[in-house]
Design a protein around this ligand. Structure first.
Ligand code: HEM
Length: 225
């Protein structure tokens, strides 16, 4: 099948799964932004998205998307290294138009996966998994607001989350327009436009996540209570 065997097919899979993950991030940001206004409303959303069958199916779908994206990232990197052969050991001057992010997508991806592991342990394990498995936790699984408050009361987590969010910003600042280019929604003019739109979109997305972390640190949440 060309989606597995051909280089362009693999890039298409990377692009489509990447775009779906960006859409998830957008949804996740909207959900987390609720905590800025009301802790109770946030906990209601968490209870709604708790361990219902549709939430579990959504989580399985999301995990499948993330796994496919990661496996294909390694396949594409191996393919690129093979294609470059011994040339990769030669000292070449870097073309100015090639961004740092585009040359370090795999490294950034690995940092993101490590951060995601920590994040899923902090929240998904203590919420959805605890509810499904009937594990007793100090904070009830539907009390996402209190769990975020507790997490960001620890400065180590605050620093780790900000590093993680910056790594995601770098990864997406290249990934967004690269996906558009692969899917062919990009000519000479549109390439520049997608680069600009992508940069603005992912910057808003990631700055908003950082704002939410800092709002919890400085007690600027639950503003409408
Ligand atoms: C301010 C930053 C963030 C906060 C406060 C936050 C908070 C949460 C919370 C409370 C949950 C559990 C929700 C539930 O199970 O109902 C969760 C789940 C999750 N978060 Fe985040 N999140 C943040 C950023 C991110 C980012 C940047 C990513 C992706 C790179 C991410 C990926 C996920 C995933 C994959 C899940 C599991 C979703 C599922 O169960 O379907 N989060 N997050």
């Amino acid at each position: 099948m060309w989606l597995i065997n051909s280089p362009i097919g693999r890039k298409v899979v990377m692009s489509l799964t990447g775009i779906c993950l960006i859409l998830f991030l957008t949804f996740h940001l909207c959900m987390n932004a609720v905590a800025l206004f009301s802790g109770d409303a946030y906990n209601t959303v968490c209870a709604f998205l708790g361990s219902n069958w549709y939430a579990v199916i959504g989580t399985i779908g999301l995990a499948a998307l993330a796994c496919i994206h990661i496996v294909y990232a390694f396949m594409l990197t191996a393919q690129n290294l093979r294609a470059r052969g011994s040339e990769r050991y030669a000292v070449t001057s870097r073309r100015p138009e090639v961004s740092w992010a585009s040359q370090n997508m795999l490294v950034l991806g690995i940092i993101i996966v490590l951060g995601l592991g920590l994040h899923l342990f902090n929240f998904w394990y203590n919420m959805m998994f605890a509810e499904l498995a009937g594990i007793a936790t100090p904070i009830p699984p539907t009390h996402g607001y209190e769990l975020i408050q507790q997490t960001f009361s620890n400065p180590v987590f605050v620093v780790l989350y900000i590093i993680w969010l910056v790594a995601i910003w770098f990864h997406l600042s290249h990934g967004f327009w690269s996906a558009m280019q692969t899917l062919g929604i990009s000519g000479k003019i549109w390439l520049k436009r997608w680069q600009c739109i992508g940069l603005i979109y992912v910057s808003i997305l990631m700055i908003a996540f950082v704002v939410i972390v800092l709002a919890f640190v400085f007690g600027l949440t639950n503003l409408c209570a």
